[in-house]
Design a protein around this ligand. Structure first.
Ligand code: GLY
Length: 565
């Protein structure tokens, strides 16, 4: 009996030790700088730049180019995205490098004679490609805020593409899938091949010479290496030959823009987010404003009440998003200040019934399908400059097409515009004006790169892929840290839900919600839908007083890592 008791105690202590140590390895600590991304190799590339004396902007540029090579499902030069930057002086800014509609695009370009979308053409084929923004965005960031020479920041990606890197199991799985669908995706079916013309095997070195050559043009000529000259001409001829409409004029006209961030507060913290054409910042701040009104003393995390009040805040903010938001250059009268105001959140909160689910009136608005394969990374340097960057090809591997000579994949971001003017359904479609297609317009995004600051210093850097779910997973992770005092890895892994107003469905992570909570929510009138996982958050928290950087990469991206020094 005594022996059994001793064995029990020993097993218990072993278990506690294993649990604690495995929790400890989930977070990475550092003093001098950190990069958290969906690729260990890309994170290391960014950290190497920090060690060479580069600042957070330099590390961001190097990480972004490296992700193009090592994480091509979303890392890109053929897509677009957003940077939110808080410098060590406490000044915040953003860079918008969202793709633009080509000059030859039109409001009804995806419709057949009956006004229906032709064969998924807003996501499929080269008409779905927006004019890429990534290279222009990174170049603008470098010109304004970079420290090391541009060439030194592109060169690591050139090396990764030319000399190769160890092929991983995730890429191998993708390669097998594309091979199986060779007839539909001929470019992707050979994209992962080795020199022998066979799919690269896990742990074998994978080289991408064509991509290396394109990156060399960018390295040597900066922005012009992509938007002018050889590469631009090849893009145009590839588009012409394969049914696309992007021309060298589109490329030459592309402009990345520095924009003022949207700013909100939560119980003394400052929140900096991406303004339109992203809907992320405004929608997140609106939901955080609503959360400030909740009586958290009496609501436990993950309880029925928690899920209900969070879902109802989402429902309301997403209704506003659908109605009002689009490219600011085409919608000068968007009511952003009103949406961000505490008063608006109060009005929204006042009609929230704590006992019953509201009903989304989807006779007016709905939601379109968004790709889930964006990627986010967070960067902080030794001086406390902080960057939160999200960029995307829209779907996983974008439009799954590209020129073999150029070696990179194009986005299918045109699918983020409202496709059928005036038609909004309860299923998936929105037809509201602010986000209709027009030449040179930027499509509305859900990307939500976010920085929370405390006393002017970065406190939380966070973002995620996930299409329209992005705003909600970033919102909940922010709430987890600010309201529930969770450490960053716990905040990232904790249960997430998603409600986007219409369709009127509450998604939840199947493995993290109890059956009792589910039943209680259904009794309140919620329609639930289980999902395997929401978000892939890459976050950093910073304790400025003690100079401790803590980072964590979502376990849903096994190739990702928080690396610091
Ligand atoms: N393509 C995903 C987004 O921009 O929201």
């Amino acid at each position: 009996m005594k022996l059994h008791f001793k064995q029990f105690i020993f097993s218990l202590l072993t278990l506690i030790f294993l649990l604690t140590t495995s929790q400890l390895v989930a977070q990475t600590y550092a003093k001098n700088g950190m990069v958290v991304s969906a690729s260990k190799i890309a994170s290391q590339t960014g950290v190497d730049v920090l060690k060479q004396g580069g600042n957070a902007v330099d590390a961001t540029i190097a990480t972004a180019f490296a992700l193009t090579v090592t994480h091509p499902t979303a890392g890109n030069i053929g897509g677009g995205g957003f940077i939110v930057f808080l410098n060590s002086e406490g000044e915040a800014t953003t860079i918008d490098f969202r793709e633009k509609a080509p000059l030859a695009s039109s409001e009804t370009m995806f419709l057949d004679e009956n006004g229906n979308i032709k064969d998924n053409s807003n996501h499929k084929g080269l008409l779905a490609v927006g004019v890429p923004g990534t290279v222009a965005g990174l170049y603008l960031a470098h010109q304004k805020y970079g420290k090391l020479p541009w060439k030194d920041l592109v060169q690591p990606a050139v090396d990764l593409a030319e000399k190769g890197f160890e092929f991983n199991w995730t890429l191998y799985g993708n390669a097998l899938n594309f091979k199986r669908q060779e007839a539909d995706y001929p470019f992707m079916a050979t994209y992962f091949n080795n020199d022998k013309g066979e799919i690269t095997q896990p742990n074998e070195v994978w080289k991408q010479q064509a991509l290396a050559n394109t990156l060399k043009q960018i390295r040597d000529k900066g922005r012009d290496g992509f938007y002018k000259g050889k590469v631009a001409k090849k893009i145009e001829s590839y588009m012409k030959a394969n049914g696309g409409i992007i021309t060298t004029e589109d490329l030459e006209k592309y402009d990345a823009i520095e924009r003022k961030p949207v700013k909100g507060t939560y119980k003394g913290y400052d929140i900096y987010g991406m303004p339109p054409p992203s809907s992320g910042g405004a929608t997140l701040i609106q939901m955080m404003n609503t959360m400030e009104l909740v009586d958290w003393e009496n609501i436990e995390f993950n309880s029925t009440e928690y899920v209900h009040v969070v879902a109802e805040a989402m429902r309301r903010a997403y209704a506003d998003r659908a109605e009002h938001l689009g490219d600011p250059d085409f919608n000068p009268d968007m009511p952003i200040d009103r949406l961000l105001s505490k008063k608006h959140a109060k009005n929204r909160f006042e009609n929230l019934n704590m006992e019953r689910a509201s009903v989304s009136d989807s006779s007016k608005f709905g939601q379109i399908y968004d790709g889930k394969n964006t990627t986010h990374f967070s960067v902080i340097d030794k001086d406390g400059n902080a960057i939160s960057m999200t960029y995307t090809l829209e779907n996983s591997y974008g439009v799954k097409m590209g020129s073999k000579e150029l070696g990179f994949i194009f986005n299918n971001e045109m699918g983020d515009f409202n496709p059928v003017p005036g038609v909004t359904t309860s299923g998936w479609q929105i037809g509201t004006k602010p986000n209709l297609i027009a030449p040179q317009k930027r499509m509305l995004s859900s990307m939500t790169p976010t920085i929370v600051a405390k006393d002017g210093k970065p406190y939380l850097l966070i973002g995620s892929p996930g299409g329209r779910t992005i705003i909600n997973t970033v919102f909940q992770t922010t709430l987890n840290v600010l309201e529930f005092d969770m450490r960053i890895d716990k905040a990232i892994e904790a249960m997430k839900i998603h409600h986007q107003w219409s369709p009127d469905v509450l998604q939840y992570e199947r493995h993290l919600m109890s059956p009792d909570t589910r039943k209680a929510l259904e009794a309140m009138g919620h329609t639930l839908r289980a999902t395997g996982g929401l978000g892939a958050l890459m976050g950093i928290t910073y304790d400025a007083k003690n100079n401790i950087i803590t980072g964590a990469a979502d376990s849903s991206r096994p190739e990702g890592a928080a690396i610091g020094y």
